[in-house]
Design a protein around this ligand. Structure first.
Ligand code: ADQ
Length: 419
């Protein structure tokens, strides 16, 4: 039996194998990785879909684990959100699909046909962004396109990581080059290009026929092939994405709230698929003037509510000085100096100095000096220096990210070399 017609079906892509986020993905799936201390990556596109009033969502995961299942149930099965359906499709259910984004979608064509949507919206599960998906799909319908790709200006040095796009005055995409470091298509005379955000809206029959083309990746294989025959539009994210927000303004000594049609968040986008991007995204949340706002009332991200005690900072030896930090419930800092810290819940840090550090939950740090590092959960660190000496860190079993030098202390690590 066929279901009632669905206008927009959202597919959230959460796999590959997460190799670029190793070792954070060694013991959990990519959608379960923490962002901003309390959210999981999967909460970002799910929250965007919720605010966009799209309730039919398929999550294409590379597998399932208990903590992710529990997270979805606890964070997303509340009364308020119970009119949504979120369906996980893992390789066990539909066959392996570790070949790429287009191949993953190809494996769920039957599901798509079953729900019979007008439009299929394909969204990566590893982007930090506040996006009103309705603006995007409305744009496709209004301009009578076959498909649309969301695009954003990026500096030329990032051309090797993204698809570059040429559009004409009617927003029609005339050319697409996937990850072409040497000869990307330039947006203008300055040092930018229009990058594909990897977010696609397809009219359903167009998607079905596009996936009959050979190739497993949208950017490398499918999009360049269908450009000639189909009307593929470039959706200028900066001009079109409007995120309403209540912002705090100041008039002399008086502070007041004002509703704005579009908050600065409407301009922010970051693909957090690598350790470096993941790290920088977290730093964006904690900088003194945050580039991305977690405190907006109009477009909140949803996650699990914990019943832990409030975060606490004390200074018994008069050596605290935390300049900027996001600290989650149940965490406790005593005599800590530092800046740019993203501290998850149930973390205990004492007599330590930390700079640009992300700490996952249930971790204990005493007498340490740490910089530019991600400390996974259930870690115990005593009397350690991390982030200062490559050789020493490697010898201590700490992962060093090749491109950025960012340290990752793996889950369950226990270290106290000097004690
Ligand atoms: P990448 O992000 O490098 O480039 P890719 O790693 O293939 O592309 O992933 C796209 C999305 O699909 C990611 O969210 C990923 O997790 C997911 N995915 C990949 N394989 C999957 C699988 N087997 N099962 C489920 N999900 C899977 C793409 C485009 C570029 C564009 C950038 C923008 O190809 O043109 O510029 O996104 O970030």
């Amino acid at each position: 039996m066929k279901r009632r017609k669905t206008e927009v079906l959202v597919l959230i892509l959460t796999g590959g194998l997460g190799t670029r986020l190793m070792p954070l993905t060694a013991s959990r799936l990519k959608p379960a990785v923490l962002i901003g201390g309390k959210f999981r990556l999967i909460d970002i596109p799910l929250s965007n879909a919720y605010h966009s009033e799209f309730r039919k969502i398929l999550v294409l995961a590379q597998g399932m684990d208990k903590s992710l299942t529990r997270h979805i149930k606890d964070a997303w099965a509340s009364d308020e959100k119970s009119d949504s359906f979120i369906n996980f499709l893992s390789p066990q259910q539909i066959g392996a699909f570790d070949n790429g984004d287009a191949d993953a979608v190809r494996h769920v064509i039957n599901e798509i046909e079953y729900y019979d949507p007008d439009i299929v919206l394909i969204v990566p599960g590893d982007h930090l962004v506040k996006m009103d998906y309705r603006n995007f799909t409305d744009f496709l319908v209004r301009n009578k396109g076959d498909a649309a790709i969301s695009i954003i200006p990026q500096p030329l040095h990032k051309a090797g990581s993204f698809g570059s796009i040429a559009i004409d005055e009617k927003s029609l995409i005339t050319e697409f080059r996937e990850k072409d470091r040497e000869t990307p298509l330039r947006a203008s005379s300055d040092d930018t290009f229009f990058a594909s955000m990897g977010i696609y809206a397809f009219k359903t029959p167009v998607l079905t026929s596009a996936l009959e083309e050979e190739g497993n990746l949208f950017g490398r294989d499918i999009i360049p092939k269908i450009l000639k025959d189909k009307k593929i539009l470039g959706y200028d994210y900066h001009s079109n994405n409007h995120i309403p927000e209540i912002i705090i303004k100041r008039d002399g000594n008086r502070m007041f709230e004002e509703f704005v049609d579009s908050s600065p968040d409407s301009l922010y986008w970051r693909d957090v698929g690598t350790i470096e991007e993941y790290f920088e995204a977290n730093m964006d949340l904690v900088s003194i003037t945050p580039k991305f706002n977690l405190y907006g009332k109009e477009w909140p991200f949803f996650s699990i509510h914990n019943n832990f005690g409030p975060a606490k900072i004390i200074n018994p030896e008069n050596r605290s000085g935390v300049e900027s930090a996001v600290i989650c419930e149940g965490s406790f800092l005593s005599d800590v100096t530092g800046s740019n810290l993203v501290i998850s819940s149930l973390v205990f840090i004492e007599k330590s100095s930390l700079s640009q550090v992300i700490v996952f939950n249930n971790t204990k740090i005493t007498n340490c000096r740490i910089q530019r590092a991600i400390i996974d959960k259930h870690v115990v660190l005593n009397n350690m220096e991390i982030g200062f000496n490559d050789e020493a860190d490697r010898a201590a079993g700490i992962y060093i990210d090749g491109d950025s030098g960012i340290r990752v202390v793996p889950k369950g690590y226990s270290g106290s070399p000097l004690s």
